[in-house]
Design a binder for this molecule. Sequence first.
Ligand code: AMP
Ligand code: ZN
Length: 116
Amino acid sequence: MKPDTNCIFCRIAAGEIPSNKVYEDEQVVAFKDLNPQAPVHVLVVPKAHFATLAEMDAEGAELVKHALTVIPQIAASLGLASGYRLIVNQGADAGQTVMHLHIHLLGGKPLGEKIV
Ligand code: AMP
Ligand code: ZN
């Protein structure tokens, strides 16, 4: 899981490309989505590169576990006391556009109709 120099989220994680960070620690970074779909739309990104859950190894699984562990704290810091939604797009049918695993954190208003 070495950084991919062509990967935009690896470059954001390395600080090579600017982003509007709302949280960072050794394992994950969270920053505002460039094209927000809700009043609060943040991407929570493991710093190590893997494209999808299918490519996740044991180390990657620990990073995702850590991301899920810190998300309540990130959500609280963003004022999402009344709830939020997490989305992980996987592959073409889900419309995944950045092939570095990321968790969308959406909130700030009552969200659209649930599809699941
Ligand atoms: P996905 O469709 O799940 O792959 O989501 C990729 C997300 O990354 C989209 O919501 C984009 O708006 C967002 N995005 C792409 N490039 C950047 C960037 N440089 N900074 C912040 N968000 C980005
Ligand atoms: Zn990457």
